[in-house]
Design a protein around this ligand. Structure first.
Ligand SMILES: *Cc1c(COP(=O)(O)O)cnc(C)c1O
Length: 271
């Protein structure tokens, strides 16, 4: 018999449905995208450990968190470390430089998707080398603010070449694996393809051309619960899906994390 956790949330079934929808979206892509297998990152922010264990048991390996304190708590949790030896954490939130040390100490950290300034890249580069020594590189993505909204993080599309160049040339301990955007919420597909996804693809083309990188070398992290299928059809290689796997998040967080409340409002209540 299946173990039932958190009564009404059936993580296993939700995961199965998301994977099926991803497959169907893959089949709708243009021929030149058919060789790419997009990755599902299950965004577990604000959700309890039990749901992560449940998803892991159902074969999920990549998980996303966007608050450092939560990444640290879950990433170091003894039960998760023991039972989820292949877990791969994606950090997808705004990263303050004074928290880099903590974030990079997490076992199973796979990629920091939200590098948006030279300074943050350099700090990650230095701290990673200090913690792990030279040789093992930390995977990162450059976060681009494709919608130009003040409340979204990310470098401007115009600054993307500069940021990528900085990472490639000045950060020997980082491996740039892709570009990431959050984008504007609530795009109406009847008005055509999502402009944020078009923008991220264009930024990738520009960056690759300017710096002589093969475009298939840079991933595109775009698409969330509301639009992951469309993102895949547009060439996303990494979708970050939270609420349709783990259930809606509480909109009001405890007052002890006021910095995260504003992040949560940014990411959720506008949707
Ligand atoms: C919360 C969050 C997600 C997941 O959002 P859902 O709408 O719940 O799928 C994806 N990416 C980022 C950066 C987030 O903060």
């Amino acid at each position: 018999m299946r173990r039932v956790i958190m009564s009404e949330i059936d993580v296993g079934n939700n995961l199965r449905i998301v994977r099926e929808r991803m497959l169907a979206a893959c089949q709708k892509r243009a021929d030149e995208l058919q060789s790419v297998q997009p990755r599902l990152v299950a965004v577990s922010k604000t959700k309890p450990k039990a749901l992560i264990l449940e998803a892991y048991e159902r074969g999920q390996r990549h998980f996303g968190e966007n608050y450092v304190h939560e990444l640290v708590e879950k990433g170091h949790d003894t039960e998760i470390v023991e039972k989820c030896s292949e877990i791969k954490w994606h950090f997808i939130g705004h990263l303050q430089r004074n928290k880099v040390n903590k974030a990079l100490s997490v076992p199973g950290l796979c990629v920091v998707e939200t590098v948006d300034t030279d300074k943050l890249a350099t700090t990650l580069d230095t701290v990673w080398a200090k913690q792990k020594g030279q040789g093992a590189k930390l995977k990162v993505m450059a976060q681009i603010n494709t919608s130009g909204e003040d409340e979204k993080n990310g470098c401007t599309p115009e600054d993307a070449i500069h940021l990528v160049k900085h990472i490639l040339e000045k950060c020997p301990n980082l491996e740039l694996v892709g570009l990431m955007t959050i984008g504007k919420f609530g795009h109406d597909l009847s008005e055509g393809p999502n402009p944020d996804f078009i923008c991220l693809k264009k930024v990738r083309d520009d960056v690759c051309q300017a710096l002589g990188i093969g475009c298939n070398k840079l991933e595109l992290s775009m698409g969330m619960s509301d639009d992951f299928e469309h993102a895949i059809e547009m060439g996303s290689t990494n979708v970050r899906v939270g609420s349709i796997i783990f259930g809606q998040r509480e909109k009001k967080l405890s007052d002890t994390h006021t910095d995260t409340v504003s992040e949560e409002i940014k990411n959720v209540t506008l949707s």
